[in-house]
Design a protein around this ligand. Structure first.
Ligand code: CO
Length: 217
């Protein structure tokens, strides 16, 4: 067995021991159920762990991560997590968190053929197309990539607001706030992009869903 792999199991035993020393009821309390106030949609990047960044504990954050923190409206995985978080767990907040130096966003800015992932990256390229005037106007490559990361998060927050799941919650008066963040892997700080939705009123009209109606009604 490799040392790295063995260490993972050793670390787990050590963590259980230390945790029980500081709170003998820790696991008992968690096993009663979860009621996290937050759904986190973040990048799969190993340097952006939701709990560590936000100083939260087990039981506080429901997490979905994928390459470049995307909200793709046909992604059954994301939709299932979102549906469960909003309707069963009744989270009050959803944060889409991107990060500077995101490899997925960087790949979207290039023309390299990588493989299957090209199909996922294509969704990020759409964001570039929507904002090409602003992005093409930034001559510095690093600055352009940083702004692309921010715009990608903003678009994902909009895509989240457009989902039937989020709009249904708002239409029945459920409290649900959605936000966009960018994390800096250089200094650990989060930038709040101030793209906050608490209703569908700020969505372009064509995406707005009114109260649910039966299909023939
Ligand atoms: Co990333």
């Amino acid at each position: 067995m490799s040392d790295f792999y063995k260490k993972l199991l050793d670390n787990n035993k050590k963590w259980v021991q230390e945790t029980l020393e500081s709170d003998p009821n820790y696991f008992q309390k968690l096993s009663d159920g979860q009621k996290p106030p937050l759904l986190w949609i973040g990048c799969a990047d190993s340097r952006v762990p939701a709990n560590v960044i936000t100083g939260t504990q087990s039981g506080e954050v429901f997490v979905h991560r994928n390459i470049a923190n995307m909200v793709v409206h046909s992604d059954m995985n994301m939709l299932s997590v979102l549906d469960y978080a909003v309707n069963a767990l009744q989270v009050k907040h959803i944060i889409v968190c991107g990060h500077y130096g995101c490899g997925g966003v960087q790949a979207a800015m290039s023309n390299k053929h990588i493989g299957l992932i090209d199909n996922w990256i294509r969704h990020i390229k759409d964001v570039y197309r929507f904002h090409h005037v602003e992005l093409d106007g930034i001559s510095d490559n690093q600055e352009r990539l940083d702004r692309f990361v921010e715009l990608n998060v903003i678009e994902q927050v909009y895509d989240l607001a457009k989902t039937s799941i989020v709009q249904k919650a708002w239409s029945v008066g459920q409290e649900l706030h959605i936000h966009g963040w960018v994390y800096s892997i250089h200094d650990g700080l989060v930038k709040d992009l101030n793209v906050n939705f608490s209703s569908n009123l700020e969505l372009p009209d064509v995406y707005r869903l009114d109260k649910f109606q039966s299909i023939d009604g």
